[in-house]
Design a binder for this molecule. Structure first.
Ligand code: NAG
Ligand code: NAG
Ligand code: NAG
Ligand code: NAG
Length: 384
């Protein structure tokens, strides 16, 4: 049995990191990245070619990543020069980065399924299409949730022994853990996941060298802030899990370890951050500052944006908005999924559709459930 802990934990700040072998490795990467920036840098349009595409080009053959199969890194689309270097050094991580990005995108689609912009992917090269060229709230969420996906996937992969450079979490025993409980087990390595994701995901932004005060520089700062907020969400929500031992469930002995939260929780947390995201602009010192100084200054856990969102009502090739024509809406809801808001006042068409559901389910000894199929005619509403 697993118990979620009510107690707050003494997790250390991820930023301080650890003085371990891993840390030295990461410093090495830093140097490598710098080298990559100096050697070759081609400017790409905003998101035309992003590491997100790893989510869509599933890397199906992990065995290709064993050292020696280097050509693979040059075949992967969407990597920046620094990310390509990281790929070469950490080939076994790439599958999990792809998985993490996919988890993030799926969560984004879940959180936004009833909204005009529904996080739908467009094609396998640009993933989200031109919409990401706008520094909007939606873009902020997308960066955060995909960075979070990578932390999640890498942390778990460490724990499962899939990566050569990390293993179980080495988070020190929380101070408030009752004395007779054991701290051990193999925890998700959130520290490593955090640090690797920072190197990999941020590489792309750190390679850029835009003129001071430019719109592109503001966007780079925005992306970095939102990547960080995403990573911290995973770190913050990871909690202690415990297992009982002892005579017939007496729970006289417990073993506890650090465990990632369900990714849905991360999605919900970031959705709240999306709702409270702060509008920013570049100031004279080349830092982002609040547009409206009456609001609270965002912390590193908060999302920020620099552009107003388009209304996403109509298809627009320039902004990449897909529009809401043909989207399902809810006739009785007054929220974003309601026909009024979803269809942007254009009205809707009503359809009758047949829905097949499992029903009259019966439990049979032992052990299966048998159901009947019931059909029901339901009304559906679709935006004009
Ligand atoms: C997109 O993916 C499809 C099938 O997965 C592939 O045939 C096509 O070449 C890809 N397009 C690009 C531009 O990579
Ligand atoms: C698309 O969006 C841009 C920017 O908001 C706007 O200037 C343009 O008129 C739009 N085009 C269409 C066809 O609606
Ligand atoms: C998301 O929106 C697009 C464009 O409006 C639509 O084609 C797609 O089916 C939608 N996806 C879902 C899951 O509703
Ligand atoms: C439509 O919205 C109403 C009110 O929010 C809700 O009770 C109902 O379950 C929704 N219907 C569907 C099909 O989602």
């Amino acid at each position: 049995m697993l118990y979620g802990s009510q107690e707050t934990q003494n997790k250390r700040s991820p930023v301080r990191g650890r003085r371990s072998r891993e840390r030295r490795t990461m410093t090495g990467i830093g140097l490598l990245l710098t080298a990559a920036v100096l050697s070759s840098y081609t400017q790409l349009p905003a998101e035309a070619n992003s590491w997100w595409s790893l989510a869509l080009n599933p890397i199906q053959r992990p065995e290709m990543y064993i050292i020696g199969a280097q050509p693979l890194c040059s075949q992967l689309t969407g990597l920046s020069p620094g990310q390509r270097k990281l790929c070469q050094l950490y080939q076994d991580h790439m599958v999990y980065i792809g998985e993490g990005a996919k988890t993030g995108i799926k969560e984004c689609q879940h959180q936004f399924k009833q909204r005009r912009w529904n996080c739908s992917t467009v094609d396998n090269t640009s993933v989200f299409g031109r919409v990401m060229q706008i520094g909007s709230r939606e873009t902020a969420f997308t960066y955060a949730v995909s960075a979070a996906g990578v932390v999640n996937a890498i942390s778990r992969a460490c724990r499962e022994g899939e990566l050569s450079t990390c293993g179980c979490s080495r988070t020190p025993r929380p101070k408030d853990l009752p004395r007779d409980w054991l701290w051990g087990g193999c925890g998700d390595n959130v520290e490593y996941g955090y640090r690797f994701a920072k190197e990999f995901v941020d590489a792309r932004e750190r390679e850029k060298n835009y003129p001071r005060g430019s719109e592109e520089q503001a966007r780079t700062l925005m992306n970095l802030q939102n990547n960080e907020a995403g990573r911290r969400a995973v770190y913050k929500l990871a909690d202690m899990a415990c297992k009982c031992h002892g005579v017939s469930g007496s729970c006289s002995l417990k073993t506890c370890w650090l465990q990632l939260a369900d990714f849905r929780k991360v999605g919900e947390h970031l959705k709240e951050k999306y709702d409270s995201a702060a509008a920013m602009r570049l100031n004279r010192k080349n830092k982002l500052e609040l547009v409206n100084s009456r609001f609270n200054t965002p912390t590193e856990e908060d999302l920020v944006y620099i552009d107003q969102s388009p209304d996403y009502c109509l298809r627009n090739e320039t902004t990449g908005s897909l529009g809401t024509i043909g989207r399902l809406c809810n006739k009785t809801s007054e929220g974003m999924d309601g026909c009024e808001l979803m269809c942007c006042g254009r009205g809707y068409d009503q359809f009758k559709t047949v829905q097949v559901e499992r029903c009259h389910c019966k439990f049979h000894w032992c052990c299966f459930v048998k159901c009947k199929k019931c059909t029901e005619i339901v009304d559906q509403y679709v935006c004009k």
